[in-house]
Design a protein around this ligand. Structure first.
Ligand SMILES: Cc1ncc(COP(=O)(O)O)c(C=O)c1O
Length: 696
């Protein structure tokens, strides 16, 4: 700890981003000015910026005498379009500025390539992106320098504030020198006013008061009664004599406090983003499909609406916090665009975004209830772009952080039993079924009955044919009966017609036997993957309503990486909807770990299984687990007349002796019921569509 809060803050911020140097300033725009001066950019130079930004991020370019060159944005992340960038570079170009709009990282790979090819430095405008990552690396570390802002509606606020970060010693030296020579301190009056404003902000500004507070703030700024974030003169632009101002101690101390909370706030923002995703997708909203390299921490949640003015007016009437930035390509709308050489039509995507994009709150005061209210408002106010509604959710990591992102009101765990015979299902599907599955299923039934638990039995058609009495006993004990298909042949070995036949045959057989509609299905070995999504169509067309065949992570045998791990409505390739109930998985150090049943229950330590299910339940999600009656059977490989590889012996044999005990422990530790009970307890569910990556 030094004696200067500013030095401490600079050091702490630099270390959080992972760079060596940081310099604090009065505002973000001042930070950019310092970078430009440090890079020696001046009269006659050109600086490339996105044509969809805040004018305060352009003014410093004009202040040093350079010319801003505007490049249009691409429509998904609202960031500079790298395909248009190279054409804008001339012999006078001295710098590229990549802004991470709303927190979406710009396409840094492509931009860096162009910058390197042209021998130009890159500066990142991270004012809206604290903690966002590109290809796993935090933004702010890709260029020669980056700058951040701590103004009111930024990732966190110290009233006003800005910071430069850099790893470039030469640039750091030049900025240091510049500050020694020219930087002025804020006046005591400015600092006092800013402190009072910060207190007022923390006590009075909530989502439902934001619009009113902004109006009052603008009015008081015009009257010179508060420290405004911008002056009218900055829309032309005119550089004030006291522009190059340093960060006050008060801002640094506030920043240090915010920094300590930043991990928590970031996790909260991400959970809220995921909740918006779910709720909006669930209501059929058109969702952006982001490139997989991006891991954004959004500062606001942008959406496109058909009639922005109406949306803003309605939101104000109903006290809904709906942001309007960017109102014009060089926000705000008071900007004299001609003074910057910008004319409408220069950047058509940016113009369109200004007409269409509003943004929803994501700051830490945004509760789950506010988000639900905001989404309901957006949907009920009929703001959707009717021509663009397309349902799909980007597979964002949905970090369970307690109640914040619960998809259901009351989590219901379901226990499911896949009734099949080990030899036939695992060794050779052409073999006849042995009686062992009947004895083993009785053992499972006894355990469930002794604990008073009812579960769901996914029954193989062949098993039902061989042991109809067993199926009746399962039904009589009050358990649910659903289909495991007919012949236990892997879906990928079947044609769509053969798969349809397998599904319909088992459904009819079980319906005749039980007198009940069979509406649920599980594939023999979770083998519905990106390679055979057609199977989802066949499942729906064969009359099934819910499915539990998509394993929510990729293993070497099955699964889809990043498939939702919570119940969802799954859009099939032909556009049907199927309710998907994935088996249980949890997040361990950011990695998905199956705690689903079967081999995982045999091989994983019990405390991990229990912690995994607890995590799922805490996030508001019920756990669906599965088991096979044969896992109750400490099989003797010597009794079997087949050559079985050592790997299979290990994989199939390990942990069988303790398996029944584990299941009993789970039934003791958690409440379980049937899949139908879990399905019926679900509220509004998000809709999801798997996209097959282009492998061409
Ligand atoms: C993208 C962007 N860059 C830079 C700035 C300037 O930051 P400050 O207001 O702290 O000067 C802003 C906003 O004001 C902004 O939105």
């Amino acid at each position: 700890m030094s004696t200067s809060p500013l030095r401490d803050y600079e050091a702490a911020f630099a270390s959080m981003i992972g760079v060596r140097r940081a310099f604090g300033f009065w505002k973000g725009r001042v930070a950019l000015y310092a970078i430009l001066r440090g890079l020696g950019i001046g009269e006659g130079d050109e600086v490339v910026v996105p044509g969809y930004t805040c004018v305060m991020a352009v003014n410093p370019i004009m202040y040093v005498g350079a010319k801003p060159i505007f490049v249009d944005i691409e429509p998904v992340t609202y960031n500079i379009d790298p395909n248009l960038l190279a054409a804008k570079i001339t012999p006078r170009t001295r710098l590229i500025i990549a802004q991470h709009t709303y927190g979406y990282p710009a396409d840094l790979g492509a931009i860096q390539d162009i910058a390197t090819r042209k021998g130009l430095p890159l500066v990142e405008d991270c004012c809206l992106a604290l903690g966002s990552r590109y290809k796993g690396r935090i933004v702010g570390t890709f260029g020669i320098a980056s700058y951040f802002s701590f103004q009111w509606n930024k990732p966190y606020t110290s009233g006003l504030g800005g910071i430069v970060v850099t790893d470039d010693d030469e640039l750091a030296k030049r900025i240091e020198l510049l500050c020694q020579k020219e930087l002025i301190p804020p006046t005591p009056r400015e600092v006092r006013m800013l402190r009072s404003q910060l207190v007022a902000y923390r006590t009075l500004v909530y989502p439902w008061t934001t619009a009113m507070a902004e109006n009052i703030y603008r009015y008081l700024t015009r009257k010179g009664l508060v420290v405004g974030s911008s002056k009218i003169s900055e829309f032309y632009p005119v550089m004030d004599a006291d522009f190059f101002k340093g960060m006050s101690e008060m801002q640094a101390l506030s920043g240090l406090r915010q920094l300590r909370k930043n991990d928590r706030v970031t996790a909260y923002r991400k959970a809220m983003m995921a909740l918006y995703d779910e709720l909006l997708a669930g209501r059929g909203w058109s969702m952006p499909v982001l490139p997989p390299d991006l891991d954004p921490v959004l500062v606001r949640y942008p959406i496109r609406v058909a009639d922005k003015e109406r949306a803003l007016a309605k939101a104000a009437q109903r006290f809904i916090e709906l942001g309007s930035w960017f109102e014009c390509p060089l926000h705000p709308k008071e900007t004299r665009l001609d003074a910057y050489g910008y004319h409408t039509g220069m950047c058509p995507e940016a113009d369109r975004a200004c007409r269409e994009v509003v943004n929803l709150p994501l700051h830490p005061r945004t509760s789950e209830a506010t988000i639900r209210r905001s989404v309901a408002f957006v949907i009920e106010a009929g703001l959707a772009r009717a021509d663009k509604v397309r349902v799909s959710v980007q597979p964002r990591t949905f970090v369970p952080t307690g109640a914040a992102n619960r998809p259901v009101d009351k989590p219901r765990n379901a226990i499911s039993i896949d009734v099949e015979d080990w030899l036939q299902s695992t060794i050779d599907p052409s073999l006849p079924l042995t009686d062992r599955f009947v004895q083993n299923t009785h053992l499972v039934l006894e355990d469930l009955e002794s604990r008073g638990v009812r579960g769901t039995f996914f029954i193989l058609g062949l098993a039902a044919e061989k042991a109809p009495g067993l199926i009746r006993r399962i039904q009589a004990a009050g358990h649910e009966i659903q289909s495991h298909g007919y012949g236990h042949q892997m879906v990928y070995t079947l044609t769509p017609a053969e798969f349809r036949q397998d599904l319909e045959r088992s459904k009819k057989l079980l319906e005749d036997l039980t007198g009940h509609a069979i509406t649920g299905y599980r594939a023999p070995a979770f083998e519905i993957t990106l390679d055979n999504l057609w199977a989802l169509d066949v499942i729906v067309e064969s009359g099934y309503e819910f499915d539990s065949s998509v394993f929510p992570l990729r293993t070497f045998r099955y699964g889809i990486q990043n498939a939702p791990w919570y119940p969802h409505r799954l859009k099939t390739p032909s556009g049907y909807e199927l309710l998907e109930m994935p088996v249980a998985s949890c997040s361990l150090l950011g990695v998905r770990l199956p705690v689903a049943g079967g081999g995982y229950f045999r091989l994983l330590p019990y405390p991990i299984i229990r912690a995994g299910l607890q995590q799922l339940n805490r996030s508001g999600c019920g756990a669906t687990i599965y088991l096979h009656p044969y896992e109750y059977d400490p099989i003797q490989f010597g009794e079997i007349d087949f050559t079985i590889s050592w790997y299979r012996r290990l994989h199939q044999g390990l942990g069988r002796r303790r398996f029944a005990g584990r299941i009993n422990r789970l039934l003791y530790d958690f409440p379980f019921g049937t899949m139908r009970e879990a399905v019926d307890s679900l509220g509004d569910l998000p809709c999801y569509e798997h996209r097959v990556p282009d492998r061409g």
